[in-house]
Design a protein around this ligand. Structure first.
Ligand SMILES: [Cu+2]
Length: 95
């Protein structure tokens, strides 16, 4: 009983992180999260963007003012891009 209580107390609740898309850039450029966390991208530009890591995640088009959330269930270092703006790049690190 006592051991189970300690384990529960040490369990970490998932965290929700935010990446802003503005001026055709992701901020922060690199975000490190723990597996199980969520990341929400918010588009503050007046045109659409995507959050795309081939074979891992793809938001499809995120309209002006819209948001997209990814639950980071897979560990690794994921370079992603916007399919509309190939020089718009970011990295999600899931530990
Ligand atoms: Cu874009």
């Amino acid at each position: 009983m006592a051991v189970a209580s300690v384990a529960r107390a040490r369990a970490r609740l998932p965290v929700r992180h935010t990446v802003v898309m503005a001026a055709t850039a992701y901020a922060p450029l690199t975000l490190t999260v723990r597996r199980g966390d969520s990341v929400e991208w918010i588009n503050k530009d007046p045109f659409p963007h995507t959050v795309t890591c081939a074979g891992v995640f793809d938001s499809q088009s995120i309209a002006e003012g819209a948001r997209w959330t990814y639950r980071a269930d897979r560990r690794g270092r994921f370079a992603y891009t916007c399919t509309f703006h190939p020089n718009m790049n970011g990295t999600l690190v899931v530990t």
